[in-house]
Design a binder for this molecule. Structure first.
Ligand code: ADP
Length: 507
């Protein structure tokens, strides 16, 4: 049995911005179920819904961080959530790092997470308890990987980094390090952490640092691992990643089967599962459609197509708009549940919302809404995911479990999980959706025309896609086993290394 410590900016459902939070939940719950000790450390953001947490108690009421001449106070809480052991880091920094209404998207995100990281390092030092695996995610707690061994001498056997997206890297300046007390130590960082992008010669890069300092690195699908090693979507991390290629293992994400379960889902009205008859599945989907139609004055023309997504360039917002127009043109109903951290994109969709306000075939719900997401997955016939790049993508996996057929662009994890109904290279049972290659309006239109034609005129084929989708096994069981194997190998090689160091001289 191992002590596995996850330090994360997100944990679903209480602090979720996207796939990262769901991955930490799904993986931790599965590892806990097979007897591992998993402790999850998360900032105690003000917006946390404490009603979803049990046994909340303060463990360490006050531990201080010295920065320059000041001592900053912090506390550590423990709690249980979704069968997982949580630790919540409360910081009392005067900049109010926890007093926000979302996880990221603030100008001071880098100083916030540098400070959270420093507080975590101080706490782990205070605890001084051996850690078999320290698992970090993306750039947010990269500083922990960078400082854990050399500076803080923490008893950690192995450090694992998961790259959920290479796009966000935590770029910062030496003064960000000064601000957390590392004045004068920039020589230490600069050599290794200097950004690889020639456009930012004076910039330091936290994700790059974590890649260098981690013992093992994972990313969330095999195709994305290939893409970030080549020029495709490496965002100037390719050189560093290629140098560290031996450490990189792709492990395809799963989805949490308890959280996404059409047979028990708290938010939906009619339940069904992979064993249900097609008649039952379709009736249940119709019941979900009826509820949404009544709530949002939709006419209900079939098929229903939708997208549930952050509206950022990665997700192909232009193609999502194109999908809306093509759906109406072909006579279906379109639902978008999504919001954007980028003002320009949000305003553009707000404008579209006004244009389509009275349209009986369109619903644009431009906010984050967990319960509505569940209802929409259950109601849709097709889910469109036209991403320009996609590390893994969870929405297509969730859609499949709810018997909703995905239409995706062939990239990253989408390429590894969705196989076109006409792809003769793939066994028939694996064909589960519609795939297009070019990120262009023409490609999208032609795949929509094919999907609509099959929906209306080739019912047995469409029904077989629903069946294949609902039979896809995307539980966390297999990926959790792969993580355990990776953890064990990394820990054992660390133990071997340290035992070699301790060997007496041969004379
Ligand atoms: P990413 O992590 O890049 O945002 P993923 O596909 O990995 O994309 O994960 C997205 C997760 O966020 C899914 O669980 C999806 O249902 C959820 N989600 C995205 N947008 C919304 C929204 N507006 N409301 C509710 N859930 C959303």
């Amino acid at each position: 049995m191992m002590r596995i410590v996850q330090i994360t900016a997100e944990f679903s459902p209480i602090a979720k911005a996207g796939g990262l939070g769901e991955m930490v939940l799904g993986l931790s719950r599965e590892l806990t179920a097979v007897g591992q000790t998993v402790e999850i450390f998360l900032p105690k953001y003000d917006f946390l819904d404490l009603s979803k947490i049990q046994k909340l108690k303060m463990d360490v009421p006050d531990f201080k961080i010295p920065i320059h001449e000041h001592l900053y106070a912090n506390a550590m809480w423990s709690a249980e959530c979704e069968d997982c052991q949580l630790h919540l880091l409360e910081t009392r920094h005067p900049a109010g790092y926890l007093q926000r209404n979302k996880i990221y998207g603030y100008e001071d995100d880098v100083p916030r997470f540098l400070y959270f990281s420093l507080a975590m390092l101080e706490y782990l030092k205070l605890q001084n308890k051996p850690i078999d695996v320290l698992h970090l995610h993306d750039w947010h707690f990269a500083l922990v990987a960078i400082l854990a061994r050399d500076h803080f001498k923490l008893p950690i056997s192995t450090i694992v980094l998961t790259i959920h997206s290479a796009e966000y890297q935590g770029r910062c300046a030496t003064w960000d390090f000064d601000a957390i007390g590392f004045k004068g130590a920039d020589y230490l960082f600069k050599n290794k952490l200097q950004d690889d992008d020639p456009a930012y010669p004076e910039t330091l890069n936290l994700l790059k640092g974590a890649i260098i300092y981690a013992d093992a690195i994972t990313t969330v699908s095999p195709s994305y691992a290939q893409e970030i090693l080549t020029k495709q979507t490496e965002f100037h991390l390719g050189t560093t990643l290629r140098k560290n290629k031996k450490k990189l293992t792709p492990i395809l994400n799963g989805i949490d089967q308890k959280f996404w379960d059409p047979s028990k889902d708290f938010y939906i009205t009619a339940h069904y599962d992979a064993e249900s008859s097609l008649k039952t599945i379709k009736q249940a989907k119709q019941a979900s459609k009826n509820l949404l139609a009544a709530q949002f004055s939709l006419k209900g023309n079939l098929p229903w197509v939708g997208a549930i997504t952050r509206l950022v360039p990665q997700k192909g917002p232009k193609l999502i708009e194109e999908a809306l127009k093509e759906t109406i043109r072909l006579g279906g109903t379109f639902i978008l549940l999504g919001s954007s951290p980028m003002t320009e994109i949000q305003e553009h969709f707000e404008q579209l919302k006004i244009e389509y306000a009275d349209h009986p075939q369109v619903l644009l719900y431009l906010d984050y809404n967990e319960s509505l997401a569940h209802q929409i997955y259950a109601a849709l016939d097709f889910l469109i995911v036209p991403s320009l790049f996609e590390p893994c993508g969870l929405t297509q996996l969730i859609a499949m479990r709810y018997g909703t057929v995905p239409i995706v662009r062939s990239t990253g994890g989408l390429k590894d999980t969705v196989f076109d109904c006409n792809d003769f290279r793939v066994p028939i049972q694996q064909r589960n959706g519609f795939v297009f290659s070019e990120a262009s309006s023409d490609s999208l239109k032609s795949v929509f025309q094919k999907a609509f034609a099959i929906f209306h005129k080739e019912k047995p084929l469409f029904d077989s896609l629903i069946r294949h989708d609902m039979n896809v096994n995307s539980s966390w069981k297999t990926p959790a086993k792969e993580y355990l194997r990776l953890y064990t190998t990394a820990r054992d090689s660390f133990q071997l290394k340290t035992s070699k160091i301790k060997l007496p001289m041969p004379f």
